[in-house]
Design a protein around this ligand. Sequence first.
Ligand code: FES
Length: 595
Amino acid sequence: MDVPSRDFVPVGSLEELKARGRLVLHGSHRPILVVYDRGRVFALDNRCPHMGFPLERGSVEDGILTCHWHHARFDLESGCTFDLWADDVPIFPIELRNGQVWVKTTSGHADTAAHWRQRLADGLEHDLGLVIAKAVHGQLAADVPWADIVRQVTLFGSQNRDGWGVGLTILTALANVLPGLPEEDVYLALFHGARRVAADCDGEAPRRERAPLGSQPDPATLKRWLGRWTIVRHREAAERTLLTAISAGLPKEMLADALAAAETQRVFADSGHSLDFINKAFECLDLIGWEHAAALLPTVVGQMVAARGADESTAWRQPVDLIELCDKAASQLPELFAVGHGVPCWSNHAALARELLGDDPVTIIDALKAAIQAGAAPGELGQSLAYAAALRVARFGNANEHTDWETAHHTFTYANAVHQMLKRIGTAHTDGHVTAVRAVLHGAIALYLTRYLNVPPARILGEDGEQQLDDLPADVEMIRVALLDAFDRQRQVDLAARLVARHLALGHSPQALIATLAHAALREDAGFHAYQMLEAAVRQFTVWGDTDEGHHILIAAARYLAAHSPTERAALQTADIARRLMRGGELHQEEGASS
Ligand code: FES
């Protein structure tokens, strides 16, 4: 009697297979299609790797199997596809024993993690959403740490596009929030980040390597040179200067100081995106490892040198010359910090934030100057600025145009980036000055210029008396369901804010609420700004904690997300198909669409 090799099961006789052409084997394993073609036997996963249509209904001709759903074609022997969007179909080993066909029901790879790593590389190179989704899922199932996936995608993005892009910002923002998320949303977050990096690189010229200078100037000189090349928009020179600073081993705090000083020579450049991208590149290196600094950090230089400053905008020049106001205050910064140096325990973060929301620019700048003299550190100024900007979003009036949400968003994410950069720089000022603090002045004026967004202001928890929230559910799960339902419908901004307020007022877990907000964003075809808003709010919440201020920040995020939901959720459908294909179910039949 034949003893089959391990994991092999009988399919039927070869004669029967010859007569019928194909057989399908069902069981606890995935459905397996066994095909007889021109004297040979082949076994493949019966579910089309594209969307799960049963391949048994396809046709075989000249060694090519064609799926009859979207007509993807596969090499019968290897399972490899001729249509990259469909992905390869797994194949299974066959054994013939005494006229009987046996098939092995497991289709493993010697190194599963390496297989899915290669498939992710393929998906990224050809911008194939389904392949990317499967490869991310496959790597996670193979216990590849999520940071390794982020590293792979980041390095692909940095090499296959000439400059930092939206995709890498999204990837980093989502990687920053995913540690608190359930497994399924970690998968979604990585998929969204990877697919957006792939889309960013699609059709782009790859990045060209540049080299550091042969000399090793001192840090102050390198910082000065970086500023010089930035202001005259000399990208090559700025990149070589930065590479020299990296190869010289300058600490990351000093690299941050040099880049922030160069960048803030222009005011609120590119509506804040330039500084935000620089900050994200630093955060990305924190995630993937600073040994990749030379590959990643110079990618932000192109945008930084090309960025258009607000000093070229009429709104900053008339009717009040706000640039002159900022420049004058910036020139006073060293002196102001000298007065504040050593003054202990400045803690008026919230009070300063409310002053920053005033309607007189001179008073706003004076409030910042007074705080510095009272001992506020650069990072603390950034914290106040970020909270003030979050309040601008939280109070965003529904009478504004929808596109105005982006104006409110820009200031908040810029302020968050300013806060993170100033915290990172700390006291590592190479020349004894505090040039990067100019970013706070610029952010405060950008905030002043958007004061119309709060006329009239939306009411938020804790302001203008307590809101009536008793009509809303009290149970944490019911609030979650109601919140997701609100995000399922258009224009539910106020309801979403009230539900967030209700959740927090009842003392439910803020982390659970953050997970719900993240899930709401991850199931949508969210825009770039939605991811930025979510991440900046989570970052700022971790600073303020479970306080009124922290609550306002989460309300701001909920209002923004509600204003931009729902969407088509096409990416979620792709992620869902990939997940079900990877889990082995008979996907197409499940949906009853096989007819
Ligand atoms: S080509 Fe087979 S399901 Fe789309």
